[in-house]
Structure formats: structure tokens, C-alpha cells
Design a protein. Structure first.
Length: 299
């Protein structure tokens, strides 16, 4: 296989992994609280990143990190995985998966706004068109869904889903400031501190992770939301000579995710969800590929 073929396979593995996680979140939340699910998932992801550093023989890079980088990662770990995933998982606990997933997916639009506000990167006028299209999609999903199966959609859940998009955009912006640290090391350090915080929190609030389905579902979330897709997406970006194609493949995941939500969770996908998700992705693609880019990003 050529490097580009390998990159396509690696990106496909990442996309398929991300496509399953919205369904996995809802299944896991029937056995665990959102905090318990994150605790199991974060421990699982940390184990995968330890294995990754061992296979890649990069422990010397960890030992070489200066004290200021350790302090920096101690703060980043609070943002991701702790704050981001606690908010995201709680949103999924309160919302139908078909609502929570597309709203969270709008984070590139939030990132543009944050970069304009805090990094003084001006937003080209044409990008406002893409932002408006995506935000219209978010509004359509949030308000057009109205009620599903006779139950009103949680306003708190909608706000949390929007907050999760903000937190991920903030994490991307903060983490992107220091590209000198190896990507595998960054993942390990973030989840090392994040897992330590979660274990400390578990000692205070108490957890009840006693069922095998709960443990296995939490481990699946840690492996296929966090560990496997980030590892393989990173491999794809290093192998490819066409990073735009790899990025574009990511836009398949929310649509594949809706299919699994309908089939596995038996949620009746409403028309406004399809239209709203299409608008969100259209706005992101418009800004990423049809307007002179301010940044390059992928999730």
C-alpha cells in the first residue's frame, strides 16, 4: 500500500470510531452516571496513550519536558478531559443523541469567534456566511426539534451541548499555541492529569462502578471516542500528501452517526435534525475550503 492509501485507511478507522460514539454514550449512560463514564473512559484512554508512547519509544520526550510544560498540562487536563467531557456527557444524558451530537459538532464556528476575540485573528467577511449557515443549523436542531416522542427537549441539555462546543474550541486554541510538544506526548500528559483529577473527585463524591456492562461500555467510550480515533487520525495526517482529503472524510462521521442512532438506539430521526446537520456541515465546509482559511483544524 502507498502512504496515501494507508492514510485513507487510518482516517477511515478514525471516522468509523467517531461515528459509533454518540450511540455508545447513550448506552453507557444507562449503566453509569456521566461522571462514572468519564472516569472509566479517561482511565482507558490513558492506558492506550501509555501503550502508544511505549510502542513509539517516546518516553524520553516526556522526561525531557521542562517544569513549565508540566504546569501547563496540569491546567490543560482540567479543560480536557475533565471539563469538556463532563459537560458533553451530561448533555447526552439530558438530550436525544440526534440533538446533542450535531450541536457539539459546530465547534469550528465557535473556534473562529474565539480566535477573533482572543488571538486577534480577523474573520474574513465571507466566513460570516458560513458561520450564519452553521448557526442556523444549530438553531433549527435546537428549536425545530421541539418535542420528540411527546417529551420536551431539555433547555439545560441544549445549553450544555453548546458549552461543550465552546470548551472543545477553547482546548484546541490553547493546545495549538504550543506545537513544539509531540502529539502523542500531549495526549498522554493531558489525560494523565485529567485522570488524576477524576480519581481525586471520585474519592470525594463516590462512585458505583460495579456492573460489567457499565465497565465495558465506559471502556468502549474511552477507546473509540478518545484513544483509537486520535491515534489513527494522527497517523493519517502524517502519512498523507493530501491532508484536505483526510479532513473532508471527518464530515462523514456525523451522518454515519445518525444512521447508528436510528438503528441501534431506535430514535426516530426528525427532519429538522437532517436539515440542521446538513447546514452545520455546509457552513463549516464553506469556511474551510471556499474561503481563504484563517486556520486549519480537524475533529
Amino acid at each position: 500500500m502507498t502512504d496515501n492509501s494507508k492514510a485513507t485507511v487510518y482516517a477511515g478507522i478514525a471516522v468509523l470510531s467517531w461515528s459509533t460514539v454518540a450511540t455508545a454514550f447513550k448506552i453507557s449512560l444507562t449503566h453509569l452516571t456521566h461522571f462514572e463514564m468519564l472516569l472509566v473512559a479517561s482511565c482507558t484512554a490513558l492506558c492506550l496513550f501509555i501503550l502508544l508512547l511505549t510502542v513509539q519509544r517516546k518516553w524520553t520526550l516526556v522526561r525531557a519536558l521542562p517544569a513549565r510544560q508540566w504546569r501547563r498540562f496540569a491546567l490543560i487536563g482540567l479543560l480536557n478531559p475533565v471539563a469538556y467531557y463532563l459537560v458533553l456527557f451530561k448533555a447526552y444524558a439530558l438530550l436525544p443523541a440526534q440533538v446533542a451530537q450535531p450541536i457539539n459538532y459546530a465547534w469550528p464556528i465557535v473556534l473562529l469567534i474565539l480566535l477573533a476575540l482572543f488571538a486577534r485573528q480577523p474573520i474574513p467577511r465571507m466566513k460570516y456566511i458560513g458561520m450564519f449557515i452553521s448557526l442556523a443549523g444549530v438553531a433549527l436542531i435546537s428549536f425545530g426539534s421541539g418535542s420528540m416522542a411527546g417529551s420536551t427537549v431539555s433547555v439545560t441539555g441544549l445549553l450544555l451541548a453548546a458549552l461543550s462546543a465552546f470548551l472543545w474550541a477553547a482546548y484546541w486554541m490553547v493546545n495549538n499555541k504550543n506545537r513544539t510538544v509531540d502529539g502523542s506526548v500531549t495526549l498522554f500528559m493531558s489525560f494523565l492529569f485529567g485522570t488524576l483529577y477524576l480519581v481525586a473527585g471520585a474519592c470525594v463524591v463516590g462512585v458505583n462502578i460495579s456492573t460489567l456492562p457499565g465497565i465495558l461500555s465506559g471502556m468502549y467510550v474511552g477507546a473509540f471516542e478518545i484513544g483509537v480515533p486520535f491515534i489513527f487520525f494522527g497517523l493519517a495526517m502524517r502519512k498523507t500528501t493530501n491532508p484536505a482529503l483526510v479532513n473532508q472524510m471527518c464530515y462523514l462521521s456525523p451522518f454515519l452517526s445518525l444512521f447508528l442512532i436510528a438503528v441501534v438506539l431506535d430514535e426516530q430521526i426528525v427532519t429538522t435534525t437532517y436539515i440542521g446537520l446538513a447546514l452545520i456541515v455546509t457552513g463549516i465546509v464553506f469556511n474551510e475550503y471556499l474561503v481563504r482559511p484563517v486556520i486549519k483544524a480537524a475533529r
